[in-house]
Ligand binder design. Structure first.
Ligand SMILES: C=C(O[C@@H]1C=C(C(=O)O)C=C[C@H]1O)C(=O)O
Ligand SMILES: NC(=O)CC[C@H](N)C(=O)O
Length: 739
């Protein structure tokens, strides 16, 4: 199909039902190529972009076909659940070729008088055999059966107007897995061809696009598209979903900075030894795992009077910006400005969406193009709470949801290579700290002797109530059986009040001894001159989970999903057996596919580097997958865009993320705050590393009261007892310091 010699693209309209696998489908479609037409171009709308499908009809002639993605909800509930899918099939004459996937398949079947019912045995994240029923061109080149992933609570019955094309057999009996609507180019599959564990997904999409091209040629639809071809139509529809980059990238400059290199023996806790010698504010990201793929580096950040501090309050819609311990700014003055309406250099009236622009516009002028081999040279360091995720409903609170500090002086330690670096962006590394680093006694191999217990004191510990957890667990099961969600990360908060407050650093010393982890963080944000103890945000984290790491061109996410408690009767081999059961497998696959989706939303290439590896920690074995995204350097997007778009962490929400976050908000009925957020850095050489805030303690009042969140992924294969036990095991990782 060409105009003036140039081949027209193959235009696909994708209807996104707010699923966490939508972009896996979109990229699978875009990856298809055909000799007799241009590249495949996908235009994405949501299923509620238009209230009624009839508003879409005037656009359909510009598209070669429509692909309807998967998603939460039940087509029987009509537009309340599935938006315009409820009316899309009304006009049988508007015979644009359609492929419906899972929810799209069910809506298509329902339009042909099929019955939609709940499965007796629900399949979320399970891989099964799909058998062909005939020799449809949709499955051209397929074997008689193949494996594919299923994410569905509902299924469709056969109906006279549906030609069965494939089926599966399981505890539910024989189930319809693919259909064509008689005499129409409408096809549907119940399974997920785009899943990492599905076979031949690309071939299915290629076959469907070929069928669409043939149908359009036969019926003259291609001629109509050619005659009315108008690229602006795709532009206009494509803007329906805002994908504007957070900031306009600049070509980074090259700068000369101060770096002093040391050779150090692999002294356990060297990072913490140095901190012990220092007598100044510090923000520490210490690794005690020494694993070369995660946490081989420790970083000590040294804020000073030149450090900009960005604090965002999502429910107040305010960002405060001031220098670290600005002598002109008291805490009371800042509170007055924060709660007032007067304009001030210290306070921006902006919501969490604009906060990202503030941060991006600040950093884009700081980025430098050299020294890429060091993970951190200086830059923004801090923590972003759960409520910073743009899909997380606001929870009224005066507490900060994000705090980032611009660091110019830092110390880096590579535990694997035995190297240490004193780094200064401003060429004014503190001489007092250099003196500490130069002292031989520091670098000898003497291990640190830190108390494994806190000083004797009483702690009032309010742990989650088993009964309330049980009701919340049941509410999650109800939603998953109805087809609203496939996995829900249900969490609870514990509160700890020491009779006599203990210094946060003293607690951290014991915490990292008791629960060593690749992503341990000590963040005591004493960033105002007269900050009273009861006004200081503190985070003490021993997180095992990298959320997102990026450099100039690639990103890496390492979702953990699947947890087994260590103990006298639990060995690695037994843990591996448990972690490969359908329940743990499904839990991990769902988040793996979700993470692929989150990266595919902005990046053209995504690879699964590691699939469900078992990692051992102090108290648990965990199932980890590693997903890499490529192509940032040549895209309009930055790592900050990936961070913004992929929060909150999928491993802390479940899937589909958007609706699951809403459901959990209604079930948990409490702010998660710092817990479930992320902590880490964005360096001026555009390297970044963010870990998930789990197995952590955090306080908004300098330690008068600590919080510790814990939870776990609930699926239809979970048991109440098993999940409560898992929650308590994770809670114990951090809570043990108080017991
Ligand atoms: C929710 C927590 O952990 C998350 C849930 C996990 C699971 O369900 O297996 C594992 C690691 C985290 O992604 C927590 O530690 O509180
Ligand atoms: N993945 C999907 O599209 C799920 C469809 C529907 N919500 C179900 O649970 O069956």
């Amino acid at each position: 199909m060409a105009i003036g010699g140039a081949q027209l693209p193959l235009n696909v309209l994708f209807i996104d039902s707010y699923d966490s696998f939508s972009y896996n489908v979109v990229r699978l479609v875009e990856q298809q190529t055909f000799s007799d037409c241009g590249e495949v171009q996908v235009t994405i709308i949501h299923n509620d972009t238009f209230a009624h499908a009839s508003e879409l009809n005037s656009y359909l002639k510009y598209f070669d076909c429509v692909v309807i993605g998967p998603g939460p909800g039940n087509p029987v509930n009509g537009s309340a659940d599935v938006g315009l899918l409820a009316t899309l099939f009304d006009d049988k004459t508007a015979s644009v070729p359609i492929l419906g996937i899972c929810l799209g398949f069910q809506a298509m079947c329902l339009s042909q008088a099929s019955q939609i019912a709940e499965l007796d045995t629900i399949k979320h994240g399970q891989v099964c055999r799909v058998y062909l029923s005939g020799d449809s061109a949709l499955f051209h080149g397929y074997p008689s059966f193949f494996k594919s992933t299923r994410y569905h609570s509902l299924h469709a019955y056969e109906a006279p107007n549906l030609i069965p094309l494939a089926y599966t057999k399981d505890e539910n009996g024989q189930l319809l897995m693919a259909v064509q609507v008689k005499n129409l180019p409408w096809y549907g599959v119940q399974y997920h061809p785009e899943s990492h564990c599905s076979e031949l997904g690309g071939l299915l999409i290629n076959n469907f696009l070929k069928l669409a091209l043939e149908y359009n040629k036969l019926t003259g639809r291609d001629k109509a598209k050619r005659e009315d071809y108008n690229p602006e139509v795709y532009e206009k529809l494509g803007r329906v979903i805002d994908k504007t980059p957070v900031y306009r990238k600049l070509v980074p400059s090259t700068e000369e900075i101060y770096i002093k290199e040391y050779n150090v023996a692999h002294t356990p806790n060297l990072t913490l030894k140095i901190c012990d010698e220092m007598n100044q504010p510090k923000l520490v990201m210490a690794s005690s795992s020494g694993d070369e793929h995660r946490g081989q580096w420790s970083i000590i950040c040294l804020p000073n009077g030149n450090s900009d501090v960005f604090t965002h309050y999502s429910s107040l819609k305010r960002t405060t910006i001031h220098k670290w311990r600005d002598s002109n700014l008291s805490w009371h003055h800042l509170q007055h400005l924060l709660k007032g309406t007067e304009q001030s250099a210290y306070v921006l009236q902006e919501d969490k969406d604009q906060f990202w622009n503030t941060v991006g516009d600040f950093m884009k002028h700081k980025l430098i193009g050299n020294y890429a081999d060091l993970p951190f040279l200086g830059g923004l360091v801090g923590t972003l709470g759960y409520e910073m995720g743009d899909i997380v409903p606001n929870n009224p609170s005066d507490y900060p949801d994000a705090k980032l500090v611009y660091i110019e002086n830092s110390i880096l330690i590579n535990h694997i290579k035995g190297k240490m670096y004193a780094v200064s962006l401003s060429q004014d590394f503190p001489p007092t700290i250099l003196k500490i680093l130069d002292s031989p006694k520091l670098l000898d191999n003497s291990p640190i002797k830190w108390p494994m217990n806190l000083p004797e004191t009483c702690f009032d510990i309010i742990t989650p109530n088993d009964h309330s957890y049980s009701s919340a667990f049941d509410a999650c099961q109800e939603h998953m059986h109805r087809g609203d969600s496939y996995e829900m990360c249900l969490t609870r908060q514990t509160c700890i009040r020491p009779d006599v407050p203990i210094q946060p650093w003293r607690i951290f010393q014991t915490l990292v001894q008791r629960n060593p982890a690749p992503f341990s963080s000590f963040f005591e944000f004493s960033d105002l001159i007269d900050l009273r103890k009861d006004q200081t945000l503190c985070l003490l984290s021993t997180s095992p989970e990298r959320f997102l790491q990026w450099n100039r061109d690639t990103c890496e996410l390492r979702p953990i999903k699947g947890t087994v408690k260590k103990g006298p009767t639990m060995c690695r081999e037994r843990a591996i057996e448990i972690l490969k059961t359908p329940k743990e497998f499904g839990e991990n696959l769902m988040i793996l596919d979700l993470i692929r989706n989150d990266l595919y939303e902005l990046l053209p290439r995504v690879q699964v580097q590691e699939f469900m590896a078992v990692e051992e920690y102090q108290t648990v074995y965990q199932l980890v997958s590693v997903v890499k995204g490529e192509g940032l350097a040549n895209s309009p997007y930055s790592g900050l865009d990936v961070l913004k778009h992929s929060l909150p962490a999928g491993s802390m929400t479940g899937a589909p993320k958007k609706i699951t976050v809403q459901l959990l908000h209604d079930i948990e009925r409490s702010r998660r705050g710092i817990y479930s957020g992320v902590t880490g850095y964005w360096s001026v050489n555009d390297n970044a590393d963010w870990s998930v805030n789990i197995r952590c303690l955090y306080s908004y009042d300098g330690g008068l009261q600590w919080y510790c969140g814990a939870g776990g992924a609930i699926t239809v294969l979970s048991t109440r007892e098993g999940e409560l036990e898992e929650l308590k095991t994770k809670l114990e990782s951090a809570l043990q310091v108080f017991t």
